[in-house]
Ligand binder design. Structure first.
Ligand SMILES: [Fe+2]
Ligand SMILES: [Fe+2]
Length: 239
């Protein structure tokens, strides 16, 4: 298992591990490290990837300097290794929205997590991340995203999930691959709030979309989010 590192925006590193077996074209599991006064990790990866991902992080910062451990929602690829990270980084805390903390993380985390209010900003020192609750989008009650304000990077977790092992960053269409990914996985909840939640995220006008599965996207992030919203609204109407 090998983890590849690319800087996809100023001080934001994509740590990507390709697993060939998941789909015929394979599948990437990506974590993002924000290098700042208080370094932040978004997604931990599952427990089996901890050795490879932590080695990649340690080439960018000393592991013990990690301050924040964050992820989109509570599934093993998002947070399976969080307690291994808490052990490796004694100053680090898990930070998540109130629902995730109340329902799961108070119990699952080896150190008490920090609950964030919807819209709350963590000043990391040189970088600023805004926590945004997105319940059931793309899935799970405690779902959330993070928006790094200085680079306008939306850390969007499982949104736009697609297969294959493309470049770290693409400027090509990611909505088509996301539709194909949805055909494979059927991982998204289609509810009356799915489209409006994505349209609200589009108002952030992100310059970079950092995807947990697939290539990150640089370009008109608002248009990509609105196009994805339209796709899911069509799926809901057709259901
Ligand atoms: Fe997920
Ligand atoms: Fe995921």
């Amino acid at each position: 298992m090998q983890t590849r590192t690319d800087e996809i925006a100023d001080g934001i590193y994509r740590l990507s591990t390709f697993v060939p077996e998941v789909t015929p074209d394979g599948f990437t599991f990506n974590q993002f490290l924000i290098k700042a006064g208080e370094p932040l990790l978004f997604h931990t990866g599952p427990r089996a990837m901890f050795a490879s991902v932590s080695q990649a992080v340690s080439k960018i910062i000393p592991l013990a300097d990690l301050r924040w451990i964050t992820f989109g929602h509570v599934e093993s690829d998002e947070c399976g290794s969080m307690n291994q990270w808490l052990a490796a980084a004694p100053r680090a805390l898990v930070a998540h929205g109130g629902v995730g903390v109340m329902v799961s993380l108070n119990d699952l985390c080896d150190r008490p997590p920090r609950a964030l209010a919807d819209g709350e900003v963590l000043d990391l020192g040189g970088k600023r991340v805004r926590h945004i609750d997105t319940p059931h989008v793309p899935h799970n009650w405690e779902a959330r995203v993070l928006f790094e304000e200085t680079t306008r990077t939306l850390l969007c977790g499982d949104l736009f999930t697609h297969a294959g092992n493309g470049p770290a960053v693409t400027e090509k269409d990611i909505v088509g691959p996301a539709k194909a990914g949805e055909e494979i996985f059927r991982a998204t909840c289609y509810t009356p709030s799915t489209g409006p939640t994505l349209r609200k995220l589009a108002e952030l006008e992100p310059a970079t979309l950092a995807l947990m599965h697939g290539s990150s996207f640089r370009g008109d992030g608002a248009k990509a989010l609105r196009d994805l919203a339209g796709f899911y609204e069509g799926m809901l109407r057709g259901a």
